[in-house]
Design a protein around this ligand. Structure first.
Ligand SMILES: *Cc1c(COP(=O)(O)O)cnc(C)c1O
Length: 369
């Protein structure tokens, strides 16, 4: 019954026989978590693949956000974007920090650096931008503002696995950056995530924090948490890392097919690749102009759904619209016109490495009408 449904994503899965072999090694060693051999191998392999100096693996992509804020002693207010997955703002809230929402740049979907300074108060301590859909933020402008006001910058890079600008990993921008290896992401370890930092001292501190604050058998140096990745998912990740480039290449092909087919559809717009950027094609958002297209975004969304094409309205509603956050000053839609407009017009089309030509064509036909 499900065979006709085209989902927005599909997990990249390692070869089961190869995974079985690694599982046998784990069973043999009886070392199933706590910085085991596969954990160490995956950290090393990811540093190499991503072009980052230090990385610390986590059990999901939310805990590195929470832990980075702890490690940098961030308090008071943090400037962030409403156009993201809720975890970005939740991480602030869990640290007792007040999120201050700033509008986005409609050209990228990312926080608009020109609007950041007006939101800074004496209580502001950091900026938490998101490379939304893997599109690089204006990292230079953001850093300039951070330097001017003495703020930290923590990037939620959950969508930006493998993204490079002029051959440099985007994940190196800011004081720290986080990744998510959730099943729905370009690279997954079922659940998982990581924190990227620039020096060994910080890596050591993060490794304490993710292991209850233990700095030795009998020494606890901080009120840490438990967010370690285990050996089984580390081994799974090592295998998936070998095929992630092929998966990104397949996604690129899907993006190109969509772009060619949809470029002349009145009322449907999308982004092209940015010059100098190695994209990861993690999502394929289209934006519906209902007057020109003839259907509203939701009418198209439900029409797709009725035909078994399960796109997603990422990111609708805005984080600032959820009951938890909508009372905050700055959460009002009138303060966030571009984010509001994007949230009300977006549909992410099915996008993954295993879409068949038929799946892609069905999706295109449905959008073209
Ligand atoms: C997926 C995601 C997260 C959370 O990652 P989990 O691994 O699901 O905890 C955080 N931020 C953004 C932008 C995400 O898309």
């Amino acid at each position: 019954m499900n065979q006709d449904i085209i989902t927005v994503t599909s997990p990249l899965l390692p070869n089961l026989d190869e995974f079985q072999k690694l599982l046998e090694q784990i069973w043999e060693s009886k070392w199933i978590t706590n910085n085991g051999s596969f954990h160490q191998q995956l950290e090393e392999a990811l540093c190499k693949y991503l072009g980052v100096p230090y990385i610390s693996l986590f059990t999901n992509g939310t805990l590195p956000l929470i832990t980075a804020l702890q490690a940098l002693h961030i308090t008071g207010e943090v400037i962030t974007t409403p156009y993201s997955f809720v975890a970005t703002t939740h991480a602030l809230w869990w640290n007792g920090i007040k999120p201050v929402f700033v509008d986005i740049d409609p050209k990228t979907g990312n926080i608009d650096p020109n609007k950041i300074e007006a939101a800074i108060t004496p209580r502001t301590t950091a900026i938490m931008p998101v490379h939304v859909y893997g599109k690089p933020c204006a990292t230079d402008s953001i850093q300039e503002i951070a330097d001017k006001y003495g703020l930290k910058v923590i990037y939620d890079a959950a969508h930006a696995f493998g993204v490079k600008v002029n051959d440099q990993s985007i994940i190196n921008a800011g004081d720290m950056a986080t990744l998510s290896f959730h099943a729905t992401k370009v690279f997954n370890t079922v659940e998982g995530g990581a924190l990227v930092m620039h020096d060994e001292k910080t890596k050591k501190r993060i490794d304490y924090l993710k292991n209850f604050g233990f700095a030795g058998e009998t020494e606890v140096v901080a009120p840490g948490i438990n967010s370690k990745m285990d050996e089984i998912r580390s081994a799974y990740g090592l295998l998936n890392l070998r095929q992630v480039d092929a998966a990104i290449a397949a996604r690129r092909q899907v993006a190109q097919t969509y772009r060619t087919a949809l470029q002349h559809v009145e009322g449907i717009s999308f982004w092209n690749d940015m010059p100098g950027v190695r994209h990861n094609y993690s999502y394929f958002p289209i934006f519906v102009n209902s007057e020109k297209y003839g259907l509203t975004r939701d009418e198209l969304y439900f029409k797709m759904k009725s035909q078994g094409i399960w796109g997603r309205r990422y990111f609708y509603p805005l984080i600032s619209e959820f009951s938890t956050y909508r009372g905050l000053e700055g959460a009002n839609p009138s303060n966030l016109p571009q984010a509001t407009k994007m949230a009300n017009s977006v549909i992410c089309l099915p996008m993954h490495h295993a879409l068949s030509e038929e799946d892609i064509q069905r999706t295109i036909d449905c959008v073209i009408k």
